[in-house]
Design a protein around this ligand. Structure first.
Ligand SMILES: Nc1ncnc2c1ncn2[C@@H]1O[C@H](COP(=O)(O)OP(=O)(O)O)[C@@H](O)[C@H]1O
Ligand SMILES: N[C@@H](CC(=O)OP(=O)(O)O)C(=O)O
Length: 464
């Protein structure tokens, strides 16, 4: 059995647990192999390089964009990486070799950025392309650092591990991401060597440009498809749970156990961090199951995402959502009975490259929920110019999902749970497939809504 396994940044920061729980476990001899590990940068490292994923606080990339001194910032960043290294000395990291590797890599990045700055100054090139190239170079440092360290630690612990560096720092081959992955993996005997692969892959399309943050899961899914893995495993700090453990508390969140790719799509659509939206689809198409495991509970089988699973008993599997959405309502008294009115609205969505998460209509108005970002704001401005009455409000969306909830009572229980917390449902949608009930609520109520729905629908009656 060949598995491809991704280790998230939070878990990587506790590599001693990764090595003990995930890589070694109870395995002996050859059982250690036939496993490919795709690693993320240690917790926060990509945030320092680019910008904070949650707060948007600018990182080194912003200095390059503004023509500020990124060189000193990179030196300070390198010092922070060396401090991270110090924490792994007790587990076998050779500090001198590790320091030489990362210093050299950061210096190479500096040289590349310096050259990009010069090209930019010439004034002959597209600024955006140069900026995006700088973003790629910076991002790749994080995974090169954690990947190299991991191989060094494993080798020093008697495990035959090989560093597969997909960052392409030392080659100028114009390969796409898929071509690079194919080239790197085609001649490896996985039964003899444990591969540690950078979650960053260099490719002509640009992994940041094409997939943006969380790109390690994209590398991971592409590798799993390339090597025809039997299973694709994601190791995270939490189980995939009935609701975000950070909101409801670990003690109140129940591991999902089993779900299907239809639910994975719903999660991806609302930007749930547990899996990158672009990572699941190739695995689904290749017929590869995903297993999401908790790094710190190695004996728990985790959650399986497979194609055909339907829960044997009717139950809500996950409550999830986002507080970073805007509800747009287009109202026009002339809409009633007018065939194709919606297509006029959609033509602006296409023009501004905005995808909607929910749509709900009545005789003369259409409500759509979109991400709260710059594209959506530009879209709203133009809709206000063109249509009779357009209202846009910052909102939250909370979704109640399950593979077997197409039965009377689930919607009743969900709306009752919201009612009991005094939460009004501003808009609502559910497709006939009945796998996802979407509630639009005011933002201040988001956490309370998740807690109430998890409590009412996911916990068993005898659980406290
Ligand atoms: N239903 C859920 N189950 C587990 N985690 C969730 C859920 N909903 C949201 N999360 C959040 O997802 C985050 C993990 O995502 P991510 O940033 O990708 O972590 P990692 O560093 O492990 O890859 C956790 O911090 C957790 O709060
Ligand atoms: N470190 C990168 C890539 C990644 O996927 O990280 P994580 O697995 O920790 O979300 C990022 O933050 O975007």
């Amino acid at each position: 059995m060949l598995t491809v396994e991704k280790i998230g940044g939070t878990s990587m920061s506790q590599f001693q647990d990764v090595m003990q729980n995930i890589i070694k476990g109870n395995r002996k001899g050859d059982e250690l192999y036939n496993r490919i590990f795709v690693v993320s940068a240690y917790n926060n490292v990509t945030n320092w390089l680019l910008e904070h994923k949650k707060t948007g606080e600018p990182g080194i990339y912003n200095k390059f964009l503004n023509g500020e001194d990124y060189s000193i910032a990179l030196d300070q960043f390198c010092q922070r990486l060396l401090l991270i290294n110090d924490g792994f000395a007790d587990y076998g990291l050779d500090l001198k070799e590790a320091r030489d590797f990362i210093r050299f890599r950061v210096d190479q990045a500096k040289t590349l950025l310096y050259s990009l700055g010069k090209v930019l100054a010439s004034g002959y090139v597209n600024r955006t392309d140069i900026h995006l190239a700088a973003r790629e170079i910076l991002a790749s440092i994080g995974e090169a650092h954690s990947g190299w360290n991991s191989v060094n630690i494993l080798n020093n612990n008697g495990i035959n591990a090989r560093f597969i560096d997909l960052c392409g720092f030392n080659d100028n081959e114009p390969l796409t991401i898929d071509e690079r992955i194919h080239k790197e993996f085609k001649d490896i005997d996985f039964s003899k060597v444990l591969c540690i692969v950078t979650g960053y892959t260099k490719g002509t399309e640009g992994i940041m440009r094409a997939f943006d943050r969380g790109y390690s899961e994209v590398t991971f899914s592409k590798i799993a498809v390339e090597v025809k893995a039997d299973e694709a495993v994601i190791h995270k700090e939490y189980h995939l749970s009935s609701a975000d453990p950070k909101i409801v508390g670990v003690e109140n969140s129940i591991p999902v156990g089993h779900t299907n790719y239809i639910i994975a799509d719903q999660l991806a659509d609302i930007g749930m961090e547990a899996i990158h939206p672009k990572a699941a689809k190739p695995l689904e198409l290749a017929g590869i199951d995903i297993r999401i495991k908790n790094t710190f509970e190695p004996d728990h089988p985790g959650t399986i995402i497979s194609r055909d699973y339907i829960s044997p008993e009717p139950r809500v599997e996950i409550v999830s959502g986002s507080r970073k959405v805007i509800a747009i309502e287009v109202h026009d008294p002339m809409m009633v009975g007018e065939v194709g009115f919606d297509s006029k609205i959609m033509s602006y969505f296409i023009k501004y490259n905005v995808s909607y998460i929910l749509k709900s209509t009545n005789a003369n108005s259409i409500t759509m929920v979109v991400w709260d970002n710059e594209n959506s704001k530009s879209l709203i401005n133009i809709l206000k110019d063109v249509f009779y009455k357009v209202t846009a409000k910052p909102m939250a969306i909370v979704c109640v999902m399950g593979t077997n909830i197409a039965l009377p009572g689930f919607l009743y229980r969900a709306s009752q749970a919201l009612y009991e917390k005094g939460i009004n449902i501003e808009s609502f949608a559910q497709s006939m497939m009945q796998v996802n009930m979407q509630f639009v609520i005011v933002r201040e109520h988001y956490e309370d809504a998740v807690i109430a729905l998890n409590e009412a629908l996911c916990k068993k009656p005898n659980e406290n």
